[in-house]
Design a protein. Structure first.
Length: 256
């Protein structure tokens, strides 16, 4: 009948129109993904399976005419810490520790470790107060000495951990007895945090002070800037190491 035919034709046209709209939408989506957002999505995907490792070479060495080493490199610890993470007790402990083992002035160290805030300018040029996150301790600590220092800090943290267990028991008793004032005074020991032992390639002078006035020396100041004198300064650019970046792909297990 004509009425049924018109209904069927209308349905066919509707289905065809919907199919065309879906096809156009799918085409636009694929165009967006593969063409318009290609670089964005490719960059995100690449980050999932690639890693970047930054590294630097070693500073050049100095030899005499017969090939004897006058200035070389050997591994050492560059020690720094974050004063904002230290309380007074831990600041005093670290100042005493570093002064005894590294022959540094305890008062100077304690002053640096106790400076937990500093003034700085923000992006708008306004003077603001922010956390002091850096304090220089020593630039060239021998590996053996650095290991001793790390063990001493670990011992202190283990001691704090045991003391905190006892403090926890006492706090539970005080809480049951509802001794609020005593509970507030009984506080946990804060672990020592923020001390960084970074392995670097430090300058090594086999002859010690011999020819020191000619060879000169290098050092890293408190602003983490490398300084040099003598031949070390004269050939500073020639002997300076270059930073390089290595990019590699990872497997599904995250291994390079």
């Amino acid at each position: 009948m004509p009425g049924n035919d018109n209904t069927i034709n209308a349905r066919i046209k509707l289905i065809t129109a919907l199919a065309m709209i879906a096809f156009i939408a799918l085409g636009w989506y694929l165009y967006t993904v593969q063409i318009l957002r290609h670089e964005e999505l490719y960059t995100k995907a690449k980050k999932k399976y690639t890693s970047i490792r930054k590294s630097s070479g070693h500073r050049g060495e100095i030899y005499d005419y017969e090939g004897n080493l006058l200035v070389g490199n050997r591994p050492a610890y560059f020690v720094q810490l974050d004063p904002s993470l230290l309380n007074n007790e831990n600041a005093h402990f670290l100042a005493d520790l570093f002064s005894r083992y590294l022959d540094l002035d305890k008062k100077t160290l304690l002053k640096k470790f106790s400076l937990r805030t500093r003034q700085a300018y923000d992006k708008d040029g306004k003077l603001v107060v922010e956390k002091n996150r850096y304090a220089h301790v020593h630039s060239k600590v021998p590996l053996s000495m650095g290991q001793i220092l790390r063990e001493e800090i670990e011992k202190r943290n283990l001691l704090y951990k045991e003391e905190n267990k006892e403090i926890s028991k006492q706090r539970k008793i005080l809480k049951k007895e509802k001794k609020i004032d005593a509970l507030k005074k009984l506080k946990y020991k804060e672990m020592i945090r923020g001390v960084v032992f970074k392995i670097i390639r430090a300058r090594y002078y086999p002859k010690e002070n011999m020819l020191a006035s000619v060879l000169g020396y290098t050092f890293i100041d408190e602003n983490n800037q490398e300084k040099a004198f003598g031949l070390e300064r004269h050939f500073f650019n020639e002997m300076s190491s270059e930073n390089y970046v290595a990019t590699y792909e990872r497997s599904r297990k995250g291994r390079p």
